[in-house]
Design a binder for this molecule. Structure first.
Ligand code: FE2
Length: 230
């Protein structure tokens, strides 16, 4: 059974960018439901006990849409919580260098990320990913995620579903995205993911089935996956 990972910070820690009310609803209701449905459906599919990353890929491969949607949303949200921090700081080190190579500047990257997220139609996710051609910004629809995109390794993601921002920003997704990047984005986490893509660190993994709900407060176990730069 998968557990709902605790937030890696207090519910009010991201205020005023994101309210405690938003995080309670988003984590305690939306994410919790995805985890519960994943447990129910993965058992029916004979996939219980497998790591969530495998469940997502197997569900995608077999075309089991309800399981894929819930398992991918369970994974995406767990990853998303780590993409935010109350101690946000601008990109630095290897991440900053990679961003400047790909986009020209950090500001140009932010503009591309905001534009991709703002122009994305409907629900989904906007990602900073790395691959064989370096860093790029992509968006995915609904529950779709980079676990099932060959050659893409996720560095950072922002939730574009209205439940992520509507209580605080109403329909103003662009203001949410700008504030998110400037005030709470966790570029230190993204830099660690970049090192994992190069095989120099462990990438994010969802807590193993049966792990306690503090599971993802520890260093993620196991090898990073989808390394595009073999
Ligand atoms: Fe969400």
């Amino acid at each position: 059974m998968f557990t709902l990972p605790k937030l890696p910070y207090d519910y009010a820690a991201l205020e005023p960018t994101l309210s405690a009310d938003t995080l309670h609803t988003h984590h305690d209701k939306h994410h919790k439901t995805y985890v519960e449905k994943t447990n129910e459906l993965s058992q029916k599919a004979g996939l219980d006990g497998r790591p969530l990353e495998e469940v997502v890929r197997e569900a995608s491969r077999k075309g089991e849409k309800p399981l894929f949607n819930n398992a991918a949303q369970a994974w995406n949200h767990a990853f998303f919580w780590h993409c935010m921090t109350p101690k946000s700081a601008e990109p630095s080190g290897a991440l900053k260098a990679a961003i400047e190579r790909a986009f020209g500047s950090v500001d140009a990257f932010k503009d591309a990320f905001v534009e991709e997220g703002f122009s994305h139609f409907g629900s989904g996710w906007v990602w900073l990913v790395t691959g064989s051609e370096g860093l790029k910004v992509v968006s995915t629809h609904d529950a779709d995620d980079t676990l099932v995109k060959d050659g893409l390794f996720p560095l950072l993601v922002c939730d574009l579903w209205e439940h992520a921002y509507y209580l605080d920003y109403k329909n103003d997704r662009k203001s949410f995205l700008k504030a998110w990047l400037d005030k709470v984005a966790n570029f230190a986490f993204a830099e660690k993911q970049l090192a994992a893509a190069d095989g120099q660190a462990e990438g994010f993994r969802y807590p193993s089935p049966g792990a306690n709900d503090d599971g993802d407060r520890r260093e993620p176990p196991g090898e990073g996956e989808q390394r595009p730069r073999a």
